[in-house]
Design a protein. Sequence first.
Length: 426
Amino acid sequence: MPDAPGRARPVARHGRLPRRRAWTTLLSVVASAAAVLLVSGTSVAAIAGAQLAAAPQTVQLSTDDQSTAETADVTAIEGGANILLIGSDTRVGQFDSDEDVEGARNDVTMLVHVSEDHQQLTAVSFPRDLMVPIPACTNPETGTTYPAAESAQFNTALGNGGVSCVVDTVENLTGLTVPYAGLITFDGVIEMSNALGGVDVCVATPIDDTFTGLHLTAGAHSLQGSDALAFLRSRHGVGDGSDLARISSQQVFLSALLRQVTADGTLSNPITLYKLAGAALSNMTLSDGLAQTRTLVGLASTLRGMSTSSMLFVQYPVVDDPADAARVVVDEAAAHTLNVALQTDERTSLSDSSTGRASQESSDTETPAPSASPSDAAPSDAATAAPSASATPDGQTTTTSSPSSTPLPSSISGQSAAEETCSVGN
């Protein structure tokens, strides 16, 4: 759904949000909510519809985006859909931050794109430290108007003008129209992981993060509650300690969650579905167009039966900012390829060895059986080989893609939900 160039945007409005404490890495809730609402089929969407009465807060996007949502016949969806999921962070007293900063931040932003032919879902994560143009926005709480900025840090958009400002920024960056959006808090990750009885993740090398209190031995771990939250928040304990490393580690968890939800009978258990839907919706503020039963049912019905190999997690392509080593800028060539693929609903695949800075194929890792919690894991547990992806005769793992898919540039990192990967400690 490409955006019309040069369209004027009226000031967006949204309801006053409660001031809640939230951690920087809310991708857990973002993608967990997407997993529940978008791949669980009609049954969970109907349950989620019944839960909407308990989620009274909604936000309003720009007039053009709102009109697109209102006129779309989602229950009989004949085209694609774009949903922006935002994790907010007030950054007041947050101990995973180098400093306390007043104001909301969209430190986690994920664009979920469902292709026109319903054959692929692509979840694009935008780094929080990405320097991008941000349009003029009016803060819905204070009425302050922020002028357009040619280059500003991506995660300041929410504080400038609320959800609609983040939507406008992503639309300008990708050329897509985004009629649906949700603002999500971190609480849901604990509730949702508990409802599932834990999510099994693989750790290639030990993770020791004193900032989040996460300490995991190499091997398989079943994470839920505060342990799951700590895993998803961990930046200092994975890869090179960067936000980009954290994104790839989160993709390990989210892919495992999707495989688990679609393979272990969860979708046929109405009690578990009800708990999952309730956990997601009780921690979300939805745009008006998304806060409708027919929309949720339509989106879920559209993706019912989609293979996890057709669900891609990708990081928006970036390179180091030459003006600031702590920031990143858009990799223009790779971003153009990704944007066009999304705009034209081209079926895509990731190149071999496309995992990010803090993940690797599980075929390279020996893991013991999942432990109930980090404290139960023991280095001396008997090691068993984790299930692996297909391998070439020389032993190198490859990514299987559809004959009709177009490989994305090798500089774009990520994985399909079907790939079994492990998080790498630093």
